[in-house]
Ligand binder design. Structure first.
Ligand code: FMN
Length: 339
């Protein structure tokens, strides 16, 4: 099986849901939420892509980098490269039955693990589906990070407790899901969190806590004040609002102001190894990839996820040679030229 085949199968299975476009850029699927697009006019999804395209790389060939190092330690785990799987929920609603939630999460965890990296997996509407995901993580020896929705404190703390029991590497909190206000009609109430509530969460667990959905310096500083170990600069793939900047628009400011020991991850529109290189140059320690891995999972299960990540690895490796970067830990902003 190769990636062309994976994408063809995915295109067939996703007919009417996702065109599996040559470049996944939010144009064809604008407004498709539920679905795989960006919400409203789709501008926040599209902006993620455009913002990355505004950076070029400066080619450098006068150096001695012939075999760059892509490995990186994040949250106590040695990753083959700093590219993680983003949580993708809603097999039924978003992928309209082309894959079940269970199969999607299984493919993500196994495919990422086999590619030497970690998957984050989403929460579920009930404790049973969350526990199912935790069991998948447990089976892979703890290689996974559950991303918990911002439920009211008691429910949330319960999910953290069972995540600890599953031996997860860390837990993440998908804070920006508090923007899904329309879900209140169906009884699902996610809430923004005060610094005090965030502190309570951080103190309730020995696991590192990561906050997903940070888009400003002020919020990043509040997250650090609450004691989190990592943040994910994310606009939820443009699925919360169609009026946000692209994630790479805000990443440099956030990384400039944040303390050195806080892990900064970013997601949104990252499609190639060169995109990864740009994010690392702009101050991220690692990135998350969403939709392309979803396509991989639907077209080829865990093998499709692994193949997509292996392609990204090769692209990043090549881009590092072309810019003279020896290690992912020391990627210099000088390799970028802004339009
Ligand atoms: C179909 C779909 C489902 C998603 N479900 C979740 C989720 O359950 N929890 C979450 O934190 N983020 C979710 N996201 C957001 C992604 O984790 C990620 O932030 C975003 O997709 C990254 O952008 P990219 O897909 O352009 O790479 C979802 C995104 C998509 C496209």
């Amino acid at each position: 099986m190769d990636l062309t085949e994976v994408r063809e199968i995915a295109r067939e299975k996703l007919s009417g849901v996702c065109n599996v476009c040559p470049i996944c850029n939010g144009q064809a699927c604008a407004g498709n939420v539920p679905g795989v697009g960006g919400i409203g006019n789709g501008n926040s999804f599209k902006r993620n892509i455009e913002a990355l395209r505004e950076y070029f790389i400066n080619l450098k060939f006068i150096h001695d980098v012939t075999d760059p190092t892509l490995t990186r330690d994040l949250f106590g785990v040695n990753l083959k490269m700093p590219v993680l799987g983003a949580p993708l929920g809603g097999g039924k609603s978003n992928y309209q039955g082309a894959i079940t939630d269970e199969a999607l999460n299984e493919a993500m965890i196994k495919g990422c693990h086999e590619a030497g990296t970690l998957a984050m997996v989403g929460d579920g509407p009930d404790l049973d589906s969350f526990q199912f995901n935790l069991n998948l993580i447990k089976r892979s020896g703890g290689w996974g990070i559950p991303v918990i929705m911002p439920w009211e404190q008691k429910k949330l703390l319960r999910r953290i407790k069972i995540s600890e029991e599953a031996g997860c590497v860390a837990i993440a909190l998908d804070l920006d899901a508090a923007g899904f206000v329309h879900l209140r009609k169906s009884g699902i109430k996610y809430e923004p969190k005060s610094i005090e509530k965030l502190k309570e969460i951080v103190e309730a667990t020995r696991l590192p806590v990561i906050l997903k959905g940070i888009m400003t310096v002020e919020e990043a500083e509040k997250a650090v004040k609450a004691g989190v170990k990592g943040i994910i600069v994310s606009n939820h793939g443009g699925r919360i609002s169609d009026c946000t900047p692209g994630t790479v628009d805000v990443l440099p400011g956030i990384s400039y102001f944040l303390e050195e020991d806080v892990v900064i991850l970013v997601d949104g529109g990252i499609r190639t190894g060169t995109d990864v290189l740009k994010c690392l140059a702009l101050g991220a320690h690692g990135v998350l990839m969403g939709r392309p891995l979803g396509i991989g999972a639907i077209g080829g299960g865990s093998e499709g996820v692994k193949l997509t990540l292996e392609k990204t690895y090769q692209e990043l490796y090549t881009a590092m040679i072309m810019t003279g970067m020896q290690s992912v830990e020391k990627i210099d902003v000088d390799i970028l030229l802004k339009r």
